[in-house]
Design a binder for this molecule. Sequence first.
Ligand code: BEZ
Length: 405
Amino acid sequence: MAESARANHYDVIVIGGGPIGLSTAYHLSKRGARTLVLEQFTFLNQLGSSAGVSRQFRIPYPQSYMVKLVKQSIPFWDELQSLTPVPLMDKVGTLWFGDPTVHSTEGNVADAEKALEAEHVPYTTLTAAEIERKYHFRNLPSTYTGLFQPDGASIDLKVTARTLLDWNRASPLVAVKDEAPVSNVEWKDGAFEVTTPLGTFVAKKLVLTPGPFANGVARMLGFTIAATYWNMASAFYKRTDPSIQYPTWFVFQNAVGENGNQFYGFPHVDWNYPGYVRVASDFVISPLSSPEQRTLVPNPEEIAFTAQWVRDHMTGLDPTPCFKSTCMVALSKIPTKELIVDFAPDCVPHHEDVVIYATGWAAKFVPLLGRILTDLSLDGTTPFDICHFREGPRFFRPLQQEKRG
Ligand code: BEZ
């Protein structure tokens, strides 16, 4: 084979250069795999599920297997932190509170307490009065309860992605290419051939991590992923009392009419709009059926609803929403909006060589998911318990079947 042709050959091609794709390349190269990362836009872009800067690191989940997985992610965060002097997280704790009868997509406070106990994770329980006194909320219904878990943090997702990108750029085993949208993928002469405007690249294995754009790549391989898309709105609120510091928090409440009614927020951090804190809604008024329907304009009703909650229930903030933005996430159609991590369906040639991370909120799992996707790609299995995420058979559909249906 000519040298120039071999230069386009890799052991693994990762399609999708967001934090999870970059984390996968990091772990693949640690295993000695020659890896290419292809990103359709520019690296660190604001167009997908990694838009913005802050994300929640939290251990509370209603399922003990999720609590366990977050705990297992901690050594991987420590490893990533060792690659940069810039802090990846601001540890302020997680406050989960609200109506104890609400069971939502994020779960339920009492279920989270049980899951934390099952995994021996320390937390404290709180009454509504204690939540108001210790954490600066106000006018909460007296029936609200809560829990505080001290290991929660605000993740600096931008530094996380930048650290992984810099490490991969410096690695002799990794090539990273942005502005490289994939236009075709096919199995040819014993390997996958991946076509982009920058050239055609070849590998025996693929890892797909294109975030909300996963269906575009899946279609090229002959299947679709049943998902819904949330274009989530968020805004920043100016601190009027700089002595007040919020933890990362999430409030569980029953929907109001057609609207969801759950909100989450972040502490004040020096690295994201200093002087302001971020509060967002954990619902969308109109889910999208495809990422193409998305605009970069936040839904004004979602922002107004959130601002009203800030006005009614938070202290030390000016309730005028500033620096509004959106972030688009693909979610599975399971009530718990589980992650999907699986191999491609068997309609894809050599489907066992195509690993996919498809849906869910996964920023807190970035360093661990890179390792899990690497395990699946190189070994076909992983020691981490991902049985709840192997949802391909329910959500991956061969293209012909979709056309017929
Ligand atoms: C999460 O930690 O997974 C999460 C936090 C807020 C909204 C949605 C998801």
